[in-house]
Design a protein. Structure first.
Length: 411
């Protein structure tokens, strides 16, 4: 047998009954994706996709495959020796050899077997002929009325077939989860392994046990992740960037040397090199922040582009907008993009100055270099290099307040 003859069958039919969940166990998430997705990805690194039949590393799959071939075994069982084997079936070896004598469930262990700490991981390699010759002998006379593939070990041993065991180098890699608490323990182990891998590649992660970093996240060297950060989905963080505490980033691209200040939420967006975001900015899907741009505290964006070096530093909503380079957006600016039926676009060209508390009613276009006076409600296009002021005229009546108070005192 050669490695090219190998196929991988992923047994993914569990109902998740012990999880107290309507979702199948394999669809519960660990490390930011369903359990079965981890298995499929690792398997695809070892055999061609057409040989995969639907949480383990590809290196471990290769080890068990190569060991199985070298031993010319009928069945090879991947085992582990966790610090607490409670709840797992134990693997009994023939003396000090790699040959398996039996797999015994915990409740069936005899007193002299109680110190056996080697567990059955549920990951097996089979030679197809003995497997298919005996699979019809599996029975369902157990409390759950199910076929147990583990019973194949006893059937093959009884026939004198070679059943072997190989131990996983990292027991955390193969531990199962039959309750939500156990799945969360697996999730924590996987995320810590991810954090260690990133740190070994030059990423600084403060208090990694407090961070949530999904398996598909990529972070370049010299980036810094502060405590209580969540990096989710397929997020990418560039070299030299710093993500401050309590920020949550999902499926977004963060460029090089970006500073993301505390409390930012970024969804399905991109931030170019050298930008400064936050604190407490909210980038909703479709936000594209240009190189060196600034978004400050309590600024919300959605489906918009902010050009190179532009700034919106305070308390603004910028949605469905195209904003050029070198634009200054004053505090309290709002793009009014929704008319109750559909969304409209605001265009602000390069070099525009938007005064504080301005309201831009879309569709509207502000030409390059224009100035908008503070507190203006802009409802029509503004030509380039113009000044637009759209607010009520201030009226001052001297002495009016004093007269009002005096009238009140006479009553």
């Amino acid at each position: 047998m050669s490695s090219q003859d190998f196929a991988i069958a992923i047994m993914a039919a569990g109902k998740g009954t012990r999880l107290k969940s309507k979702r199948p166990k394999v669809l519960h998430e660990v490390g930011g994706k369903p359990l079965v997705a981890h298995v499929i990805r690792s398997a695809a690194e070892v055999v061609p996709p057409q040989n995969i039949y639907v949480i383990i590393r590809a290196e471990t799959i290769r080890r068990i495959r190569d060991f199985h071939i070298e031993q010319d075994a009928a069945m090879t069982i991947l085992t582990a020796a966790p610090s607490d084997p409670t709840g797992y079936g134990r693997v009994l070896r023939e003396g000090s050899t790699n040959r398996v004598a039996a797999i015994v469930e915990q409740k069936s262990l005899r007193p002299e077997q109680s110190n056996v700490g080697e567990i059955n991981s549920g990951f097996y390699a089979f030679s197809s002929n003995p497997l298919f010759a005996n699979i019809h002998r599996l029975v369902t006379n157990n409390p759950h009325g199910e076929y147990y593939l583990t019973d194949m070990a006893a059937l093959l041993v009884a026939e004198g077939q070679k059943v072997m065991a190989i131990r996983a180098e990292d027991p955390d890699e193969v531990l199962g989860g039959n309750t939500i608490a156990e799945l969360m323990s697996l999730d924590a182990n996987m995320r810590m392994r991810k954090a260690r891998s990133l740190m070994s590649e030059g990423v600084t992660i403060f208090r990694p046990e407090t961070c949530v970093i999904d398996d598909d996240v990529r972070i370049a060297a010299d980036a810094t992740i502060e405590p209580f950060v969540q990096l989710l989905g397929k997020t990418v963080v560039g070299e030299g960037s710093r993500i401050r505490s309590y920020s949550v980033i999902t499926n977004s691209t963060i460029g090089n040397n970006v500073s993301l200040l505390p409390g930012c939420v970024v969804d399905d967006s991109s931030i170019a090199n050298g930008a400064v975001i936050g604190p407490y900015s909210h980038l909703r899907p479709g936000s594209d922040i240009g190189e060196g741009a600034h978004l400050g505290n309590f600024v919300e964006t959605k489906k918009m582009r902010l050009g190179r070096g532009s700034k919106a530093n305070h308390l603004s909503y910028l949605g469905d907008a195209e904003i050029g380079a070198g634009v200054n957006v004053g505090a309290g600016t709002i793009t009014c993009n929704y008319d109750g039926t559909k969304k409209h676009k605001t265009v602000i060209e390069d070099g525009v100055f938007v005064g504080s508390d301005s309201t831009l009613v879309a569709p509207v276009k502000i030409g390059h270099g224009a100035y908008l006076g503070a507190a203006s409600c802009i409802t029509a296009d503004v030509p380039p290099d113009s000044l637009a002021i759209a607010r009520g005229i201030q009226v001052v009546k001297e002495g009016w307040a004093k007269k009002k108070r005096e009238e009140g005192q006479k009553k």
